[in-house]
Design a protein around this ligand. Sequence first.
Ligand SMILES: [Zn+2]
Length: 258
Amino acid sequence: MLCPNPACQAEIPLLSSFWLANSVRHQAWVEVNGRPGKIDLGIRVVAPPTGIQLSDGTVKASSVTCPRCGTSMIAKEVREYATKVGFGHILYAVLAIDRKVRTYRAPTAEEIKRAERLATALLDELEETPDGTSPLPDEPITKSQFRILRSLVYGIDTFRGLFNDRQLYVLGSLCEAVRAAHTQMLDEGMQPDRAIAVATYLGLCVDRIADYDSSAGRVQFGGSSLRSAAARHRALLRRECSVAMPRAYSSRTIHSTL
Ligand SMILES: [Zn+2]
């Protein structure tokens, strides 16, 4: 969101913490550098200098503080901004996992461009379900549920709004794969009841992935794992979200997600 200070107007990253990983084996953190109208985010994979406080990010108790000029917005002002203007999203860190070795780095310019455009373009390729249901969850969220579904107070009033386009494409593709698997099971002679049971099991896997891969899910900074949306409905403003495949979760295989 944009800083309301006329002399600053930097785009404030909404981070609950500047840590990406803070374990005995691994430390990675976000370095914030402000310049007029802009806040640059760098990724550091060394121990931070003594005295730097990284646990408190730019968001605290639903209020937001600009890291460049120190201007703060109270929760009510943040909600008004969200409903009138809306929050954006940026790719600011990439976590690669290769045989349990984790590497954090800043995204390349090409990755940022692709993250913004590629998935958006690919969404059109997702097919409707056989009964004509949209492949994207564009159903409205019941507005009377705002005390539980905190996205509503920030103007996010459809289930689709809980996901960015990359997350939507990953989840939509997985749903297509489950439907295709069900068809293939029947084609190969599996009993219909068993095929439905297996497809339901796979659907539950996708459901759990959606729980972790949404704007309401986030990176669990202490251990580099992912945290589900259910665990943080009251903290939706913390906007660090992830896009991951199940086998890429730290200790989370497709079976362990269930
Ligand atoms: Zn500012």
